[in-house]
Design a protein around this ligand. Structure first.
Ligand SMILES: [Fe+2]
Length: 273
């Protein structure tokens, strides 16, 4: 049997989720099935390989927390982003990055990691084991970052394997034109330009680019993470199961305990620590 790739959009508030699903790269709706029981159904009438591209939008910071970081960044120096690029990326990377002489993680960077560590939905999605040091970047008019993939090993073999990348938008999208993070896939491109404090978390192996900024300033924090579960498709199954457990527990279903046992035992089976 063939199954199309259907993915529920989990980014809008829960009440609106049932109205939109992603089908072959396009959001369609309304969809009247229960919005929560399946995050992702797969049904492929055209015989196209399922798209395992794994990404999700999360609110990581409240707007006032994002504003506090933006105020803090006004005190920091910014240098050419090519300084941390290697190979071909040096030719296509046109942005600025906040510098720091401190060996210890500065407070602003620390606050990004702390916010990621307390966001439960993000934790269930990414199952993060280690984070790379966050980088704050700034795009002024004319700046952009061409199509690339992120390095697989950060800091060499003793560093971390980048399974997932994150872009956390820090200022309002009304403050600039352009600047979308665009993730490219076999089914088309998806552009993300999010509210201050929202982040897109996506497979580090995805081809992606930052569209040119044509007005104003775009400020964002980026980081990478090694997940305890390396494979996107296995992590996706666990993420689906996480929601099924949550619903079963909320509904006080009789099978909640056995579902929860399966979820945790699967993590025990799959996690590398
Ligand atoms: Fe990138």
């Amino acid at each position: 049997m063939n199954f199309p790739v259907v993915r529920y959009d989990m980014s809008p508030p829960r009440a609106q989720r049932e109205d939109r699903i992603l089908l072959y790269g396009a959001w369609i709706g309304p969809v009247k099935e229960h919005p929560d029981y399946c995050v992702s159904l797969k049904w492929n009438p055209h015989g196209i390989e399922p798209n395992w591209m794994y990404h999700q939008v999360f609110r990581i910071l409240e707007r006032d927390e994002a504003e506090r970081i933006v105020r803090g960044l006004a005190e920091r120096e910014f240098a050419d982003g090519k300084g941390t690029a290697s190979g071909r990326a040096r030719d296509i990377k046109h942005n600025l990055q906040a510098t720091s002489d401190e060996r210890e993680l500065p407070d602003l960077e620390k606050s990004v990691i702390a916010a990621l560590e307390r966001q439960q939905e993000f934790q269930a999605f990414a199952l993060p084991k280690r984070f790379a040091r966050p980088i704050f970047n700034r795009y002024e008019p004319g700046m952009h970052y061409g199509s690339h993939i992120d390095n697989s090993l950060l800091g060499g073999f003793n560093g971390l394997r980048s399974d997932l990348s994150m872009t956390l938008f820090l200022n309002s999208p009304a403050e600039y034109d352009g600047g979308e993070l665009v993730i490219e896939s076999y089914t088309g491109a998806e552009a993300f330009k999010l509210d201050a404090g929202e982040a897109i978390v996506y497979s580090a192996g995805s081809i992606h680019h930052v569209a040119p900024v044509t007005r104003g300033t775009r400020l964002a924090a980026i980081t990478w993470m090694q997940s305890a579960v390396r494979l996107d498709n296995l992590r996706e199954i666990l993420y689906d199961l996480f929601h099924a457990v949550k619903l079963a527990e909320e509904g006080k279903c009789g099978f909640a305990l056995s579902l929860s046992r399966s979820y945790h035992n699967l993590i025990r089976y799959a996690a590398e620590l």
